[in-house]
Design a protein around this ligand. Structure first.
Ligand code: ADP
Ligand code: TRP
Length: 342
């Protein structure tokens, strides 16, 4: 009997900044876990980043740095398909085809566009001020990313679920017209379990996020990592006083970041804080050590990959080839279905 074909999972990563601890816990690790179960594809959505990143050096750097981070975090390019969106020109051909299947009203209702409009209206501006067509058409390009790889599931954060629903809608519109000849698979969003489901706090105690400029990037040199750990806020409770670990962002990061092998360090630290006698400075030292141990080997691999002439380009070239094979199969069926093949 032949093996059942594994379902396809696809993850898109926008290269808009240096990956941080929150990304590792909340996105990278849970997405990599899916490779155990699915035929998994991961790609760097550089053309999606173009709606906001306008410095070519920056876009190049973030594309490489995000790719290197995922590889350093354990992505195995032999068992998965790992590529850069702009290396797959088939995506942009299908983008036009699916634009012609998509109602403008659907795009008007997309969250990101609606939020931009609401902000403008509130500020008394023209509703479309500062909105480029890339932002407006963003969900169509994302639908193409998903559909051209015949994805069954798309692991995303809550904010992206609507986009996956749009991809399903757009696939439905195409299938309705051309389904006798070719049908897209209808994709489904899944929200992977991230660590214990909590969000990691950042340097100011709010959610760690690039938008708040409060992140601890994954691959800082040691001395800078130490500096950032020192900046995480604490209160003025004296060393001797008992402390509530759960209201301390330092402890929360420790608890969520520590690997199972450090579970006893976390449990012991919790006890010592509750009992009194452990100061915030000492807690920060514990966190720093755990971060160093966890991130050290990853940083070595990351630094290697970021060197000019490293394996990174080879990996991405091979990934592009695999991705294009898949995409061109689908695209050629679509071309036949709509009548542009000769
Ligand atoms: P940012 O908020 O820094 O811009 P993104 O929006 O690019 O991060 O997030 C990419 C992924 O990382 C999302 O799936 C999100 O769930 C995850 N993520 C981001 N910040 C955190 C955090 N502080 N804790 C847990 N997961 C996070
Ligand atoms: N829009 C996603 C984000 O902002 C990135 C992305 C682009 C994506 N294309 C995708 C995610 C396809 C999943 C599938 O995070």
């Amino acid at each position: 009997m032949s093996q059942p074909v594994a379902k396809v999972s696809l993850t898109g990563i926008k290269p808009t900044g240096e990956p941080h601890l929150g990304n590792l816990i909340g996105a990278i690790r849970p997405a990599l876990q899916l490779a155990e179960e699915y035929d998994s594809l991961y790609f760097i959505a550089d053309y999606h980043a173009l709606t906001s990143v306008r410095d070519p050096e920056e876009l190049r750097h973030y594309t490489r740095s995000v790719a290197a981070s995922w590889l350093a975090a354990g992505l195995d390019p032999r068992r998965t398909t790992f590529y850069v969106q702009s290396d797959v020109p088939e995506i942009f051909e299908l983008n036009w085809v699916l634009s012609c299947m998509t109602g403008k009203g659907l795009m008007n209702r997309a969250h990101a566009y609606k939020a931009a409009r609401d902000r403008n209206v509130e500020a008394g501006e023209d509703p479309d001020a500062g909105v480029n067509m890339g932002l407006y058409n963003y969900p169509i390009l994302m639908a193409v990313d998903i559909l051209i790889m015949e994805s069954d599931v798309v692991p995303v954060g809550k904010d992206q679920v609507q986009h996956v629903e749009y991809a399903a809608d757009i696939a439905g519109s195409f299938n309705h017209v051309y389904g006798d000849s070719y049908s897209f698979k209808i994709p489904k969003a899944i929200i992977p379990e991230s660590g214990n489901g909590n969000t990691l706090p950042g340097l100011d105690g709010r959610k760690m996020s690039k938008s708040y400029d409060n992140t601890i990037p994954l691959f800082l040199p040691e001395n800078q990592l130490k500096k950032l750990v020192r900046r995480i806020p604490t209160d003025s409770t004296p060393v001797e006083a008992p402390k509530d670990p759960d209201s301390s962002p330092v402890f929360q990061i420790l608890e969520q970041f520590a690997p199972p092998s450090s579970a006893d360090v976390v449990a012991d630290t919790r006890k010592r804080l509750e009992a009194g006698g452990m100061g915030w400075g000492e807690l920060k030292n514990v966190l720093f050590e755990v971060l160093l141990t966890e991130l050290g080997p990853m940083r070595e691999r990351y630094d290697e990959l970021m060197k000019p002439g490293s394996d990174l380009d080879v990996v991405l070239d091979e990934g592009a080839q695999k991705a294009r094979e898949r995409a061109s199969r689908v695209l050629s069926s679509v071309r036949k279905a709509i009548g542009v093949n000769r």
